[in-house]
Design a binder for this molecule. Structure first.
Ligand code: URA
Length: 208
């Protein structure tokens, strides 16, 4: 499928294995989420536009390049929070806009509970951050929110995707590139990704 980018980077594969391990404790888990998010964000931003920028080095004037697009990081609460820090380190000028969605355990559908976006969009490209692309419900709902806000360029950055969630996000929003560390086998009857890593929120915040 076009527009789906599972990382091929060995560092991502290595870190993901430790992230999945049930014996990895929350402190290490958070560190790995941060690092994997940074590596994926690096890949996801490879096509950002730049504009010429005139500077002087200590030795000579020259024209370099600077980012021409205003970036918004949009973590989906709460599991997406852990992906902000590593990504933000790479692009400290980015704005961070939070979207709160929880998954109704019965219907498995996303329910929006937090959204403080101003009326006019303040950024031109958004990276949606959510470690688990499971049913695709939250991802699609967030893309809808951002499109309504007026953002033209939207990318999804997750850690593990299930075929079901990837297919849904791709079907509903084919123009949204999907960057992942891995694509897993399937969803179980409770909407968890198999083999996955369990509940990404609980594992980061020690609430499992
Ligand atoms: N959310 C999680 O945290 N884990 C899954 O496996 C699916 C959704």
């Amino acid at each position: 499928m076009e527009n789906i980018f599972p990382s091929r980077h060995p560092l991502v594969a290595h870190k993901l294995t430790y992230l999945r391990d049930r014996d990895t404790e929350p402190k290490k888990f958070r560190e790995l989420v941060r690092e994997i998010a940074a590596l994926l964000a690096y890949e996801a931003t490879a096509d950002l536009a730049t504009a010429p920028r005139h500077i002087e080095t200590p030795l000579a004037p020259m024209t370099g390049e600077a980012l021409a697009e205003k970036i918004g990081l949009v973590p989906i609460l709460r599991a997406g929070l852990g992906m902000v820090e590593g990504t933000w380190e790479l692009m400290p000028q980015a704005e961070v806009w939070h979207i709160g969605l929880y998954r109704d355990e019965k219907t498995l559908k996303p329910v929006e509970y937090y959204n403080k976006l101003p009326v006019e969009p303040t950024v031109s490209v958004c990276l949606i951050l959510d470690p688990m692309l499971a049913t695709g419900g939250s991802a699609c709902a967030t893309v809808n929110v951002l499109e309504r806000w007026g953002v033209k360029k939207i990318k999804f950055v997750g850690i593990i995707g299930a075929p079901e969630g990837i297919a849904r996000l791709h079907r509903e929003h084919p123009h949204v590139p999907i960057h992942l560390a891995a694509i897993d086998d399937r969803l179980n009857e409770r909407g968890y990704i198999i083999p996955g890593l369990g509940d990404a929120g609980d594992r980061q915040f020690g609430t499992g």
